[in-house]
Design a protein around this ligand. Structure first.
Ligand code: FES
Length: 99
């Protein structure tokens, strides 16, 4: 199984993780601290903006994540770090979705 490259632009850190790993777990592996809250896809504290189309490299969001992102009014390039699971290729996290 090919590893997925996950980079965090602001921290200038990159890790390679198994498909299915959440962005939050990848951040912890990289030593990057992200703000978190519920860790269940409900509060939106950990919404991050990505450099690529999330559909290309991440699993499809589950209903609770999709609902939280819609409630927040952020774009399609944003996902919740606690809930978004990498699938393939390369993912670049630009930073907080609300900045
Ligand atoms: S920490 Fe609450 S949605 Fe991820």
């Amino acid at each position: 199984m090919d590893l997925v490259e996950v980079s965090f632009r602001e921290a200038d850190k990159t890790v390679f993780v198994q498909p299915g790993t959440t962005l939050l777990a990848a951040a912890e592996m990289a030593g990057v601290e992200l703000l978190t809250g519920c860790t269940r896809g409900m509060c939106g504290t950990d919404a991050v903006r990505l450099a690529i189309d999330p559909a290309d490299a991440l699993e499809v969001p589950e209903d609770h994540e999709r609902g939280t992102l819609a409630r927040m009014g952020v774009g399609d390039d944003c996902r919740l770090a606690c809930s978004a699971r990498v699938a393939r290729g390369r993912v670049e996290v630009l930073g907080d979705a609300l900045e």
